[in-house]
Design a protein around this ligand. Sequence first.
Ligand code: SAM
Length: 288
Amino acid sequence: MHAKEFWTEYQPGFRSTAATPGTEEFFAQVDAYRYESEPHIEGFARFGSWAGRNVLEAGCGIGTDGVRFARAGARYTGIDFSPTALELGRRRFELEELEGSFVEGDLTSLPFGDASFDLAYSFGVLHHLEGTERAVDELHRVLVPGGTALVMLYHRDSLNYRFTIMLLRRALVALLWIPAMPALIAKATGERLEVLNAHRELLLRHRRAYLSRDMFLSHNTDGPGNPLSKVFSRDEMGALFSSFSTVRTSVHFLNLRTYPGGRRLASTRLARRLEPRLGWHLCVEATK
Ligand SMILES: C[S@@+](CC[C@H](N)C(=O)[O-])C[C@H]1O[C@@H](n2cnc3c(N)ncnc32)[C@H](O)[C@@H]1O
């Protein structure tokens, strides 16, 4: 499946609620899930700090973070190539009677002039592009001098990548070869049966190749079928943003969703101590 097709059929919010997309209940449940399980987003984005400023969100999805910028008074523009995402984003702004614009376009070639925005924000997006470097260059180009980029990418040196995905999930997915396993693993982990069956299908189709590092990573971050996910170390993130004058990275969110009781585990003292080193979200704040 191509990237645009995947993100048109699937958006992150769809997994967090069974409510009908576009309803108030849907958006409320997407919000509750997102900010309860990923509370660091608010501190990173500092939604309240951009009132009256031009904010671009690259890969805005269904506008979940977008409404927070707009509610706080930012002049908000979201860009995405998924028509489903843009439609839901516009619907959400309408429901809340917020001003903002949603533009269809590709992040490797932004349809905006140089020095158009004070903030370029992108959360969980650029690691899904073949042209991550090109997209970062574009964010740099459209920022005013002194403007800020806030970008989150998946972290290579994380518990989630090194252990949960590459060891634990790979072992569990290999077991899916056995027909009875999807139901058993669904029961033990709480994962949805349809997701486990989709992994089983991929395993039967690609056999050993499905467990290869890059293919497995792509299908095991944002759901089976996702064509591309990449991970970055702090050094790789620094190199990516080397055209900016200052670059500061921080690490958040252990991501223990795969584990039974994961949310409770995440609030233990040990988890909180590990998070700044082994978290899954590698966040950069860079100044042009
Ligand atoms: C994982 S979602 C994140 C959405 C949103 N930032 C969030 O945190 O909920 C990735 C988003 O990036 C968009 N996207 C991926 N590649 C893109 C590209 N090359 N150009 C424009 N949008 C893209 C997808 O359509 C999708 O909405």
